[in-house]
Design a protein around this ligand. Sequence first.
Ligand code: F6R
Length: 364
Amino acid sequence: EKAGYDHFMLKEIHEQPEALSQCLAGRLDTTDISLDDVNLTADELKQYDRIQVIACGTAYNSGLVGKYAIEKLARIPVEVYIGSEYRYRDPIIDDRTLVIVVSQSGETADTLAALREAQDKGAKVIAICNVVGSTIPREADEVLYLQAGPEIAVASTKAYITMLMAFYMLAIYFGRAKDLLADEDSRRLITALKALPKQTQQLIDENEDKIKALASEFANQENSFFIGRSIDNAVAIEGALKLKEISYIHAESYAAGELKHGTLALIEEGVPVVALATQESVLDKTLSNVKEVKARGGVVTGVTLAGEREIEDLDYRIEIPETEELLTSILAVVPLQLLAYYVAVERGCDVDQPRNLAKSVTVE
Ligand code: F6R
């Protein structure tokens, strides 16, 4: 049932183009998003002055991208909370708060408890979930299913990428409902969303061998760093989590500009650093951080857009297909998943069943 792949994780990475297509299926027309399963009128949406996203692990990381997308397109402030922290902070919720919980399995205990807490306090809850009929979507007020197909490997890949897609669709939907997104801008974004499944396939086809080779550079390391700015920072956090959980290499993610506030002290000769640099508007700033890393002997792998200028400070470079600046996360995460996978294989780790971890965390 691994369809010829050595591991479920690799199979699921390769299923991402199809998972993205399924996630989009029936939900896009040329200028608008239709989410039949989410019952939220434009008038109702205008009443919300705040959104809270609650999730754990990789699902939480998708919320960090969701925050950027929703704030950018719909101008509603978004707070992202870790499921296991939410209840213990006496969260500020009222009927002007919209809550979005995110969970692949739909069974994560902390996320479920947070959902119940939010509902008790009167909030409407939208669930973004993959497993149909699981507890979280059954209890939520509205559900947006990922339609990614079953995810077996403990490390989440195709669920994460479709969570990003779900957030982009919601952000456009909210932006349109609030009359903040002009027809032309919406059309441009939707055209770009539609291109992502094919671009993801192209990215895998063009880079897998290169990343496999790069993995041997990482395999003997004890420490690594992932840096980026804005959306790239959110993707860096997910890249570091993926590498840690399956290869057991210590990986830290930092907002690129935070390096010089402490972490730079850890960069020494030969330490691998993955620099996400897909955001044209902050590229020069990220590249100045890359320079700081290089000056201390770090070995830098850059993830950039194809067609971007020459960047001399990079030791290795992985290029993702060009897309809208807001949407790069979907493409940028793929090389990080492949890197984590091939590093773990190189180190002889049990990729699909990493030590100490379970696919569905039903205890708090
Ligand atoms: C990491 C991973 C976990 C899950 C987390 C939440 O690859 O898979 O961090 O993302 O346990 O699980 P769900 O999404 O099922 O609530």
